[in-house]
Ligand binder design. Structure first.
Ligand SMILES: NC(=O)c1ccc[n+]([C@@H]2O[C@H](COP(=O)([O-])OP(=O)(O)OC[C@H]3O[C@@H](n4cnc5c(N)ncnc54)[C@H](O)[C@@H]3O)[C@@H](O)[C@H]2O)c1
Ligand SMILES: O=C(O)CC[C@@H](O)C(=O)O
Length: 551
């Protein structure tokens, strides 16, 4: 069945065409759906594409039982309940780069318009037929100080352009280092230190709980009298009532606003104020930006629905596409090892809440976050009812107090190898299944459980060790793992029982350290082992810790 994508806001036609070019996708454009209509429609879709108009609330995400990805054609994801999406395992992707220049240019246009009263003068001449050359005395920007709050993509481009106009730029961004600021010719300062210095302020941070009402009455009071404020980021960053009061008192000379706390703003007194320049959220509205974000988001939504890595995941670790492609076989390996580890380690009914993953060989020096994420998926999926994926695995792990500690062993070259082993104490009452079944794995004499794997030249996962006993399992499917006494007759007895029960053995591996002692047996099976047969295997005296799993 083809995956269905709903495009719910106006998207450049090239983006829709890009999605329609995918044979696996069926695309529908239905803009202007209200809350109720969206909640009603969404259960039929696997993907949703929006801009800033559609509100993707927890209610929408809950109703979207098939939903796997939400694509935001732009930067800000404040119209998407990312937390709810993460809990539901829905990937959120955005297109953060396509409209940077458009937003930066709009910011400069707004700053110049406010400094020179351009919209007011235009209206006076064109609408009121006045030739008034006294009322619209402006201020020069050359030599003035611009305070930039948020020195990310757009803030940086604004800073560059302001410098080209001869402005001195002071920036506040607690997450940017002095080197980056130095490259841009910008001086980093605390926000309080910029208030008394800046002749104009421009905001370029996301809207978060920390940044909501970043500028309010107190901030305006500390600014230079006659300051200009530009906001082309998000309405909620400014307390609009406080801004109105500051405009009325003349503390703020002019405000240039592209964004509002409520959009569209219903009868806002700010819009009536003669010193306000306003545009209806046009920062990203250039042909070039809309083309770029539409193509960027279409590409990512298509990739996500095909199960391919994406570059701009908001709620999952993202990697550059080339690196993601290189890591893909190891992502599959990590998930398989996780599943096998859960089966093997919980053979006696316990779940190990502390796990250590050791990365060695060529992957030790890579960004291993996607691998650890895939490991979490593998560890959790066998014991949870709900679907686990790379998006919700970290949340589910936290909820269940499962901790994975990453260890990197020096990169000695050679193929990458991943070992998953139990860390900390033997499982107790904190385990996923509680304390009742939490006895340590019975009969194990080789220390805490561990499994190791690598990938071959074709990218296939290979199981190379179980509890440190070397094996080599390259084909995937049903497997039986067990400890056995290394003595004549044991393997034969297992083979006979399985044969009599109609279970065909595809391959057998035995890993042992010394003849005559304990060994680990791995059997590849063409079909699953029926429960009664598994029970009889567990009754064999020479066999213990029998686990049926998949590789
Ligand atoms: N008007 C429009 O049409 C339009 C278009 C594009 C983007 N935007 C908005 O512009 C804003 C910036 O977008 P961007 O692409 O530059 O984002 P970005 O992520 O590249 O940059 C945001 C910067 O804000 C900084 N920041 C975060 N919290 C901060 C805080 N508490 N104080 C100071 N700095 C903080 C971050 O460190 C980062 O450098 C976003 O709100 C985005 O939604 C608006
Ligand atoms: O979709 C738009 O036009 C606005 C986009 C902008 O607000 C963004 O955050 O990218």
């Amino acid at each position: 069945m083809r995956a269905r994508v709903l495009v719910a806001d106006t998207l450049d036609a090239a983006g829709v065409e890009r999605l329609r070019a995918e044979p696996e996708l069926e695309v529908e454009v239905r803009t202007g759906l209200g809350r109720e209509a969206l909640v009603e429609a969404i259960p039929a879709y696997d993907g949703l594409v929006v801009r800033s108009s559609t509100q993707v609330t927890a209610e929408v995400l809950e109703a979207g039982k098939r939903l796997r990805v939400v694509g935001r054609a732009g930067v800000g994801v404040d119209n998407i309940d990312v937390e709810a999406a993460t809990r539901r395992g829905v990937l959120v992707v955005n297109a953060p780069e396509g409209n940077t220049l458009a937003a930066a240019e709009h910011t400069l246009a707004m700053l110049l318009a406010a400094a020179r009263w351009i919209p007011q003068a235009h209206a006076s001449l064109v609408r009121d037929h006045q030739w008034d050359r006294k009322r619209f005395m402006g201020v020069q920007l050359q030599g003035k100080v611009l305070g930039v709050v948020g020195l990310g993509r757009i803030g940086s481009e604004v800073a560059r352009r302001a410098r080209a106009l001869g402005m001195r730029v002071l920036a506040y961004d607690p997450f940017i280092g002095p080197e980056r600021a130095g490259e841009l010719g910008v001086e980093l300062r605390e926000l309080e230190a910029i208030y008394p210095e800046a002749d104009a302020f421009t905001l370029h941070t996301p809207l978060t709980e920390q940044t909501r009402h970043l500028l309010g009455a107190e901030a305006f009071a500390r600014m230079k009298r006659g300051v200009i404020l530009v906001n082309c980021a998000r309405g909620g960053l400014v307390d609009e009532a406080a801004l109105l009061a500051a405009l009325e008192s003349g503390q703020v000379r002019a405000a240039a606003l592209d964004v509002f706390e409520e959009e569209p703003p219903r009868s806002s007194p700010l819009l009536e104020h003669p010193h306000v320049v306003a545009t209806p959220h046009l920062g990203a509205s250039t042909h070039e930006a809309q083309l770029h974000v539409a193509l960027e988001i279409a590409e990512q939504v298509a990739r996500a629905l095909k199960g391919e890595p994406v570059a701009h995941a908001v709620n999952a670790p993202g990697l550059p596409p080339e690196l993601a492609r290189q890591l893909e076989p190891y992502v599959r390996l990590a998930q398989k090892l996780g599943e096998l580890f859960t089966g093997w380690a919980s053979g006696a009914g316990a779940f190990w809440p502390r796990v250590e993953v050791v990365y060695s060989g060529s992957i030790a020096s890579r960004d291993v976050r996607p691998l650890t994420n895939a490991l979490l998926v593998g560890l959790l999926q066998p014991v949870l009812q709900e679907a686990v994926n790379a998006v919700n695995a970290p949340v589910l792990a936290r909820q269940r107090q499962l901790r994975v500690n990453e260890v990197r062993e020096a990169d000695g070259g050679g193929p990458g190898r991943i070992t998953v082993r139990a860390g900390g104490d033997a499982p107790g009452s904190e385990g996923l299944r509680g304390g009742a079944e939490a006895a340590p794995v019975g009969g194990r004499s080789s220390g805490p459980p561990q499994v190791s794997g690598t990938v071959d030249d074709a990218g296939r996962p290979i199981l190379v060790a179980v509890d440190g006993y070397p094996v080599h399992v390259s084909s995937t499917g049903h497997v039986l793992l067990a400890y056995n006494r290394d003595q004549p007759g044991v393997i034969g007895a297992v083979g006979t029982l399985l044969g009599q029960s109609g279970v065909n053995i595809a391959f057998m591996q035995v890993g042992r350290r010394r003849p005559g002692e304990e060994a680990v047996m791995v059997l590849g099976l063409d079909n699953p082992i029926p429960d009664p047969v598994a029970r009889r295997l567990r009754e064999f005296d020479e066999l213990w810790h029998v686990v049926i799993a998949r590789w």
